[in-house]
Design a protein around this ligand. Structure first.
Ligand SMILES: C[S@@+](CC[C@H](N)C(=O)[O-])C[C@H]1O[C@@H](n2cnc3c(N)ncnc32)[C@H](O)[C@@H]1O
Length: 253
């Protein structure tokens, strides 16, 4: 029985463990292909809401955090939001796709970022050296989410924070206001975005990946429960704009 069945009583989802190297290569080359349109698509697709969501992550960071690791940093927007929000004194922007990291160059405050071409499955950082890890729209792409969480908890110091902004799967158990992504937005994700990806980025496949990977990933509640398995405490879920995205986070004891 897979971990996923153990946890949730469902068939193993592809969020769990994929063929690590092949999956990593595929994801890296997909982001390399769209790196030059990534920022535009991101802001356009979210009607600029992505900037607010990142600011909400920054607001949750402790004021006395020193070393912040932004994992799956892409073109650096979340790491830069930390710099501008006055959280941290040292900012590592880590991503396994150099083309995405290059996209941070030339942005305001980018000179403060330490760029690291690092794979989240095997982080090149010492144990217990990081005060806070942020991940924006990254964990959904991991070949092995458990391995990623193990690495994150290894590099975090005791008391360190983890904040994960993500397009999680819809929560079938959630009721009322919290229930799922509204149909009109779901329609946009499934049809308009791949169409625009094809038009702007000439890569409909990459942008079809967004809705399909959302559908295969964990719900915010499932992810919060998983954090508990890696000893994170004070776990929370913060819903963003109609539940399109959520911040899920916690703190090591
Ligand atoms: C959707 S982008 C998010 C970029 C940025 N965090 C943001 O908020 O816009 C996802 C990024 O995760 C990176 N990524 C995916 N899997 C990774 C892994 N195993 N290790 C490091 N980076 C990874 C990709 O290269 C890509 O740049």
């Amino acid at each position: 029985m897979s971990d996923f069945q153990d946890l949730h009583g469902r068939e193993s989802g592809s969020w769990s463990v994929r063929d690590g190297q092949a999956h990593g290569r595929e994801v890296r080359s997909m982001f390399a292909r769209i790196s030059n349109v990534y920022d535009f698509m991101n802001h356009f697709m979210s009607l600029n809401q992505d900037k607010r969501w990142r600011d909400h992550v920054v607001a949750r960071l402790d004021n006395d955090s020193w070393e912040i690791l932004d994992l799956c940093a892409g073109t650096g927007d979340l790491a830069l939001a930390c710099v501008r929000g006055g959280k941290g004194k040292s900012w590592i922007a880590a991503d396994f796709c150099p083309e995405m990291l290059e996209g941070s160059q030339g942005k305001k405050d980018a000179e403060h970022l330490i760029l690291s071409a690092a794979d989240a499955m095997n982080l090149p950082f010492k144990d217990h050296t990081i005060d806070a890890v942020t991940v924006g729209f990254g964990v959904r792409n991991f070949a092995d989410v458990r391995r990623g969480l193990k690495e994150i908890s290894r590099v975090l110091r005791p008391g360190g924070q983890l904040l994960v902004l993500e397009f999680y799967n819809d929560d079938p158990q959630a009721v009322g206001e919290a229930h799922g992504v509204p149909g009109i937005i779901r329609f946009g994700l499934n049809t308009v975005i791949p169409f625009l990806g094809k038009l702007v980025g000439r890569d409909g496949k990459a942008y079809s990946y967004l809705p399909s990977s959302m559908g295969e990933f964990l719900t915010p509640t499932e992810f919060a429960n998983l954090l508990g398995e890696y000893e994170f405490t004070e776990t929370f879920i913060e819903r963003q704009t109609f539940g399109i995205a959520h911040i899920v986070g916690g703190r090591l004891p």
